[in-house]
Design a protein around this ligand. Structure first.
Ligand code: PXP
Length: 252
């Protein structure tokens, strides 16, 4: 498979920082994990600087911005504080996500339809600085069209609902959610947006979703870090890479 046809794997390193922060010291170092992930075949690194700094911290972002040899995808809420940090860090891309203090993880897509006026200046400022802008949204026509209207370069379709249904063994719901994602990817690509996916993906779901050819990148974190505890990060990434490649080859 040529590099152009290959689905890119972005590795989210947030949960290396979660483990580090559990003890308050410097280990395990999330930036070491980022370098290791790249050496093992990751096409980019994703990190989410949350408002409450529960995992990634400001100093991590600064180091990622300075040290990475592959693209950095800076996940952030649309706030003035995060915008200032992103403009300083100059990542390859910023993925705007919704953030609620009480949530355990990013639980739904961004409200791009209702929040257009709020999002517009953030998207403009990032793009003006030469940073690609991605919006993390539900895989539906209205947020996809609103994202295009707002001038986003990329949409990342939220795969969490589908992955939950697969994990719960609810096959009817899982099939409906898979079709929603496939249709969303088609609509987004047709609108001229680059299409990414992420949240809750594991080997099986990543392989299946790779069959939807409109997707060009998956961002995966929690599952990979969990697997890394058992088989090591390079092996977990290699196995994910193979699953994604298998899914894509089977669909061609
Ligand atoms: N993409 C986005 C926008 C996310 O917010 C997250 C979770 O932080 C991910 C991808 C990765 O999800 P997971 O850690 O479940 O693989």
């Amino acid at each position: 498979m040529s590099a152009r046809e290959r689905l890119r794997l972005g590795v989210n390193i947030d949960h290396v920082a979660t483990v580090r922060n559990a003890r308050g010291g410097a280990r395990p170092d999330p930036i070491r994990a980022a370098h290791l992930a790249i050496a093992a075949g990751a096409d980019g690194i994703t990190a989410h600087l949350r408002e409450d700094r529960r995992h990634i911290r400001d100093a991590d972002m600064a180091r990622l911005g300075a040290e990475l040899t592959k693209p950095l995808n800076f996940e952030m809420a649309a706030t003035q504080e995060m915008l200032a940090i992103a403009l300083r860090t100059k990542p390859h891309a910023c993925c705007l996500v919704p953030e609620k203090r009480e949530e355990r993880t990013t639980e739904g897509g961004l409200d791009v339809v209702g929040g257009q006026n709020h999002l517009k200046p953030f998207i403009a400022a990032l793009r003006e600085a030469g940073i690609r802008v991605s919006l993390f949204i539900e895989p539906d026509r209205a947020p996809i069209e609103a994202s295009r209207h707002l001038g986003a370069d990329i949409v990342e379709l939220h795969t969490g609902t589908w992955c939950h249904a697969v994990e719960a063994g609810d096959s009817a719901r899982a099939e409906a959610e898979f079709r929603r994602l496939a249709e969303g990817a088609r609509i987004a690509a047709e609108a001229g947006l680059e299409v990414h996916a992420g949240h809750g993906l594991d080997y099986e779901t990543a392989e299946r979703l790779a069959s939807v050819l409109e997707f060009v990148e998956f961002n995966i974190g929690h599952f990979l870090m969990g697997e890394a505890m058992f088989v090591g990060l390079p092996q977990a990434i290699a196995t994910m890479r193979q699953a994604m490649d298998r899914g894509r080859i089977a669909a061609r």
